[in-house]
Design a protein around this ligand. Structure first.
Ligand SMILES: Cc1cc2nc3c(=O)[nH]c(=O)nc-3n(C[C@H](O)[C@H](O)[C@H](O)COP(=O)(O)O)c2cc1C
Length: 446
């Protein structure tokens, strides 16, 4: 038995206890069938992760509206599931919990960050398009109040279905620029009704969602929220806003908040500077001093925000982003910044990274350091913003491809080039969409 702080159980307000402090962060898998139903590949992937020793596995985005996928291949639960869907969700949950760990479903709606081939006119709080070059996203249309109420109910319906199928908790995704995060930001929420304007109104969609999810699953089932510490954009959701929302979420009976940050436009979640210079955020002096230190370490991107948050709330905080060294993880817990540590990218290759850390491994690999889209000699292409954006997506696709290999073949393929991974993922996504289009058309025209 490890004597690391990471090995300590973590009790949650709802009465559940996490077996240790390491959480496999949510990572979109792209492995559902064209109906959005979980597959044997998802079972294989999550079985490996369950064997890997994390206290909690968070699923990738499970989507509550098929017209607003985060990407082709998402699991979709946008109505009361039929028997076939239920059986598949149960098999997935059973594989993902085979070592007694928790398995929480991340429930989500992509809003304006829905890719154009999925929906050229996605619904969003307001008609504000994603500001990235390349035309990957469509022209959003503002939701009506009735449509917002419907989405809130879909989150609750999905949470209940997951609970009934053996998931041991849910996480509402309100970070990274997806729909609920769009509501929170004054840049993307220009509404003048009860869902827009001051922070209380901008947080209404999230708080209504949390309340209806809690009502659906009952008081003793873990309900978590993933929230940005900030969007890191001028005039966006900032750290002061986040501090307030965390307090409201605590009052709403949330069990755990995962702190991340950024959006597609500003991918801070991956430690990457995006389209704009990161805006200086208002953080307390002490937090700012240690922020410099952790930036120097290029590790633990949000740990200082979490420390300042801990002064406001007593709800457990999961901090995700950049952690690679065991000492840094233990320090985050010892200093009171984090109650649990989220791990993403290392788990795409090393499925047993948590077990290794608990057994004494000092550091996990940073695969991204060795990855680049452009072959040697063409690095100057990164000087163009549009090409840099493509490069960022390419590296993300490399991780998608690793998840795909784990699911289909049971082993990652770290020697795969970013270029080959990008081609593979894009063609798989195209095929999935084509198959889905065909299936949906057939269903509509028997
Ligand atoms: C391949 C991949 C897929 C991801 N998918 C999701 C997702 O579905 N939901 C989510 O909240 N975050 C997602 N993320 C972000 C991770 O949860 C995490 O916040 C991020 O990778 C930073 O942690 P890390 O430095 O340990 O990788 C994804 C990240 C990667 C690399």
């Amino acid at each position: 038995m490890s004597n690391s702080l990471l090995a300590q159980p973590l009790p949650l307000p709802c009465g559940a206890t996490l077996p240790n402090r390491i959480v496999k962060a949510a990572m979109t898998e792209g492995l559902a069938d064209p109906g959005g139903v979980p597959t044997a590949e998802l079972e294989r992937l999550y079985g490996l992760w369950s064997d890997g020793g994390a206290g909690v596995l968070l699923s990738g985005n499970i989507i509550v509206d098929a017209d607003h996928l985060e990407r082709p291949g998402n699991v979709i639960v946008d109505s009361v599931p039929d028997e076939q869907q239920r059986a598949a969700l149960k098999r997935w949950a059973s594989a993902a919990t085979r070592n007694g760990n928790h398995f929480w479903g991340q429930i989500s709606h992509a809003g304006r960050q829905t890719q154009k081939p999925v929906n050229a006119h996605p619904k969003a709080p307001s008609a504000v398009k994603v500001g990235l070059p390349g035309g990957q996203f469509g022209e959003p249309v503002a939701l009506t109040a009735a449509e917002i109420t419907d989405i809130v109910q879909r989150f609750a319906q999905c949470a209940l279905a997951l609970k009934e199928c053996g998931f041991t908790g849910v996480q509402v995704h309100a970070a990274h620029g997806y729909l609920l995060s769009q509501f929170l930001s004054p840049r993307t929420n220009l509404r003048t009704d009860q869902y827009g304007g001051d922070l209380a109104n901008r947080a209404r969609a999230l708080l209504d969602t949390v309340a209806s999810v809690r009502e659906a699953v009952g008081p003793s089932f873990p309900v978590a929220v993933k929230l940005n510490s900030a969007d890191f954009q001028k005039g966006g959701f900032d750290f002061e806003d986040s501090l307030q929302v965390v307090q409201w979420l605590e009052q709403a009976g949330v069990d755990l908040i995962e702190i991340s940050g950024g959006t597609y436009e500003q991918p801070k979640l991956l430690g990457i500077e995006g389209m704009e210079e990161a805006e200086e955020q208002t953080i307390e002096r002490s937090a700012r001093a240690s922020a410099r230190q952790s930036t120097a370490q290029r590790e633990a991107y949000f740990v200082d925000f979490a420390l300042a948050m801990q002064e406001k709330v007593s709800i457990p905080l999961l901090v995700t982003g950049g952690f690679r060294r065991r000492a840094v993880m233990e320090q985050a817990i010892a200093s009171g910044s984090a109650d649990a540590i989220g791990l993403g990218r290392p788990m795409c290759v090393l499925t047993d990274a948590p077990r290794q850390l608990l057994a004494g491994t000092e550091a996990l690999p940073r695969y991204e350091d060795g990855l680049q889209l452009w072959p040697k000699g063409l690095g100057f292409l990164n000087r163009s913003q549009a090409l840099r954006t493509i490069g960022t997506f390419g590296i993300q696709f490399w991780y998608y491809a690793q998840l795909d290999k784990l699911g289909r073949e049971g082993a990652a393929q770290p020697q795969l080039s970013v270029f080959a991974a990008t081609r593979q993922v894009l063609s798989q996504q195209r095929r999935w969409l084509a198959a889905r289009g065909k299936a949906t058309r057939n269903a509509g025209n028997p």
